[in-house]
Design a protein. Structure first.
Length: 388
């Protein structure tokens, strides 16, 4: 069946601007495999792409006529509804987008069908809220957004991606930070008993900094791809990703940090908990290239398995292509509760379930107190339904 039929897609494309260019993007989608290498034993299919192929979704996309101003950026079922007051924006041409549709099959799909290619420009300290959601079943919701943070400016942004039962939210975002800029990103990828594909590319120039916090949950098949490109001198990033697997949900998080700028630094911590019959995958690559001398990187992956039939994959990789570095480390661990952990807490007066709950909740916590409080409001109700 496929994600979307050719007839449905081309009918929508015929009503959008730049029809010819979009048709070319759709051809790329049709001919591109989900993963290009299938015959190597070292290449794994951590995302079950066949889940997407069985969907046969509908579209509810309309040409943009008028976008109102409000207190957030709102995208519903792929349609841009609202732009946050005070934010500068333009619509890019197909020739101006900077993420190559050939990079992934679902990027090509998003660029072919997104009603607009939205470009946001941050020229002063800004707090943004992006609500990108689906409100009914069996819908494909594509979106494409670029955000440029100008020299010396600060961006704090909350991205709330929320799918819907049997629908697929297909989000493609590029963030570009110029010299001495900073980005504080919080992202929630909530499958809401549906599916999502979220692709984020983050590029930096000299002395720019980012703090990235991402939460993944409740997806029949969810895929997060986060590419962090530290291409200039003294650029740095701190990345925290948490995944909560429940029911029979499957969530794959692929985090990649590439150092090509000198004296760049990164610190990544990826954690997942697998309950019930879920499958969680936390993986990625931290690489210091030859040009990135005097850089430092760390990528740590940890997972706890609680469900009897749950599975967890932890596969952070480290690659160093220069002999001049400050630090490079990685580690991976997958475990179930140990008797010692539970026993220690039970000697302090907790019963088994209380002890297990404490371990789970602390494990999924974030270092930043403000972010930790925000994410707990999402995580704890889900855990409570499971008795934790």
């Amino acid at each position: 069946m496929g994600i979307i039929s050719e007839d449905k897609a081309l009918k929508v494309i015929s009503n959008l601007e730049e029809e010819r260019e979009r048709q070319e993007f759709f051809k790329i989608f049709q001919k591109t495999p989900y993963q290009r290498i299938n015959d190597s034993p070292t290449v794994k299919h951590y995302t079950e792409w066949n889940e997407y192929e069985s969907l046969n979704l509908d579209l509810d996309l309309k040409p943009v006529v008028d976008v109102k101003r409000g207190n957030k950026i709102e995208i519903r079922n792929g349609n841009l509804i609202e732009i946050q007051e005070g934010v500068k924006y333009t619509f890019l041409k197909a020739s101006e987008i900077t993420i190559n549709p050939n990079e992934h099959k679902l990027i090509a799909l998003s660029t072919s069908l997104s009603p607009v290619y939205l470009k946001l420009k941050v020229d002063r300290p800004t707090e943004l809220v992006l609500e990108n959601y689906i409100d009914r079943p069996n819908i494909l919701s594509p979106s494409y957004i670029e955000i440029e943070v100008l020299e010396g400016e600060k961006l704090k942004i909350l991205i709330n991606n929320k799918s819907y039962n049997s629908s697929l939210l297909n989000s493609v975002i590029r963030i570009f930070g110029r010299e001495n800029s900073s980005v504080d990103l919080m992202m929630i990828n909530d499958g809401n008993d549906g599916y999502y594909y979220a692709h984020v590319q983050h590029d930096y120039l000299n002395d720019s900094f980012s703090s990235i916090s991402i939460l993944n949950l409740r997806s029949r098949m969810g895929h997060l791809k986060y590419n962090n490109l530290l291409s200039s001198k003294r650029s740095s990033s701190k990345i925290n990703v948490r995944t909560l697997g429940t029911e029979q949900y499957k969530i794959d998080s692929d985090i990649n940090v590439i150092h090509t700028g000198v004296e760049s630094s990164s610190d990544g911590t990826l954690k997942a908990i697998a309950l019930d019959s879920s499958l969680t995958s936390i993986r990625g690559r931290a690489a210091i290239e030859e040009s990135g001398h005097d850089s430092s990187t760390s990528i740590i992956g940890k997972s706890i398995i609680l469900g009897k039939d749950a599975k967890a994959i932890v596969a952070p990789m480290l690659e160093v292509n220069t002999g001049i570095i400050k630090m490079a480390k990685h580690s991976a661990s997958t475990q179930k509760f140990t008797d010692d952990q539970i026993f220690y807490l039970m000697t302090r007066g907790l019963d088994f379930r209380e002890a297990a709950s404490l371990i789970v909740r602390e494990f999924l916590g974030f270092e930043d107190e403000e972010k930790d409080v925000y994410f707990k409001k999402i995580i704890y109700p889900v855990l409570s339904t499971k008795g934790y």
